[in-house]
Design a protein around this ligand. Structure first.
Ligand SMILES: [Zn+2]
Length: 370
């Protein structure tokens, strides 16, 4: 196994900040129809950032002065399950990506139509060791990661080509999902951060995928569902070593109105990330929606960065029984989203159990209020 030092490339003086988005995949020809098509070369990397690029003003995420938050998509697995896929597999979304990419494409399209300004690639649960267990070589896994981002970008491009879809919209972005180490373990520890892996093992696990996704042409990096302060610190360390990555958000899972899943006060992780220029937003996802209004000010008390907020729909996930417990009352997500926005959330969407209808309603509420 690699030590952390071996896993990390040397810092090469790359740009400390990369806030201009380049829409690198906008002009890629369509054609990502299967993850292993193999004949077409993968994108060579992102184009150099060009502030004069015609797409730049639309593609750029909101600045603090922008009255419009960026609407994220909703629960990816929830949609696949609604489509009849059995996701009771350690690699759920990656498995669908490999076997039925059209289903992944359809979910992206649904959220774009519902009003998402940013869709998240189906890479959350894909990892080199996880895919190796599934029989993929490292090269094949690399191709699958790139394919997932290409697929999302193609769906975004397809959506944007239709003038009817542009009305009142900004050109949607593609964020590459980077899930926690626990998502690879698939034993429920992604919700507690209670890993046996030490920092070096966590760094080795994350580095290759993070580096690959940072060069995949995605507009943003979605470092999401992080359960512990320790994993957050490891990822921050790795982000600092990437060569000119796209802007990132780091989003934690929280167990109550003030603490991460591992019990760390949220102010502590927000402070850890406060001086990391590569992290543009900090906040919570995969967390009960009722906690967000209390969490956001705590994140923001420790950093000037705007917040990201995309909690689950109603219910509590039981990672042992692998079922959702339905709550007695239902959350009014659009109403709650208005509060999150007022408290300083710039990226707002949904996680598990949120559907395109929820995203449409959240968007409607936020834009009516802006
Ligand atoms: Zn979730």
């Amino acid at each position: 196994m690699l030590t952390a030092r071996e896993a990390l490339p040397s810092k090469d003086g790359g740009s400390p900040e990369a806030l201009i988005l380049d829409g690198a995949l906008a002009n890629e020809p369509d054609g990502a129809t299967a993850w292993n098509a193999g004949l077409r070369p993968a994108p060579a990397g992102r184009r150099p950032a060009d502030p004069h690029h015609a797409d730049a003003p639309e593609a750029r995420p909101s600045e603090d002065s922008d009255p419009h938050p960026l609407i994220l998509d909703g629960g990816f697995a929830t949609e696949l399950e609604a489509d009849g896929f059995d996701l009771n597999h350690p690699l759920w979304s990656a498995k669908v990506l490999i076997e039925t990419p059209e289903a992944v494409r359809a979910v992206h399209a649904r959220f774009l139509t519902a009003g998402a300004d940013c869709i998240i690639s189906a890479t959350y649960q894909a990892s080199f060791p996880g895919l190796a267990r599934y029989g993929l070589s490292d090269k094949e896994s690399e191709r699958l990661f790139r394919f997932a981002v290409e697929l999302a970008a193609e769906e975004r491009n397809r959506f944007w080509r239709d003038p009817a879809n542009r009305e009142g919209r900004r050109r949607p972005l593609v964020a590459a999902s980077v899930g926690p180490y626990g998502a690879f373990l698939a034993d429920g520890s992604e919700y507690t951060g209670d890993y046996r892996a030490d920092d070096a093992a966590l760094a080795a696990f994350h580095w290759r995928r993070l580096d690959l996704l940072a060069r995949s042409g995605a507009d943003l990096l979605a470092i999401e569902t992080i359960p512990s302060a320790r994993e957050g610190r490891v990822l921050r360390h790795l982000l600092d070593r990437l060569d000119d990555p796209p802007p990132a958000w780091v989003s934690f899972t929280c167990r109550d109105a003030g603490h991460l899943s591992d019990g760390t006060p949220v102010e502590e992780v927000a402070a850890d990330l406060a001086d990391c220029a590569r992290v543009r937003w900090v906040g919570a996802n995969c967390t009960p929606p009722k906690h967000l209004a209390a969490l956001i000010p705590k994140f923001r008390a420790a950093t000037a960065k705007p917040a990201v907020a995309y909690p689950n729909g109603d219910g509590r996930w039981d990672p042992v029984r692998k079922v959702w417990e339905t709550p007695a009352e239902t959350a009014d997500l659009p109403e709650l989203a208005l509060d999150w926005r007022r408290l300083g959330a710039d990226l707002i969407g949904g996680c598990c159990r949120t559907r395109p209808k929820d995203i449409r309603e959240i968007r409607g509420a936020l834009l009516a209020d802006a």
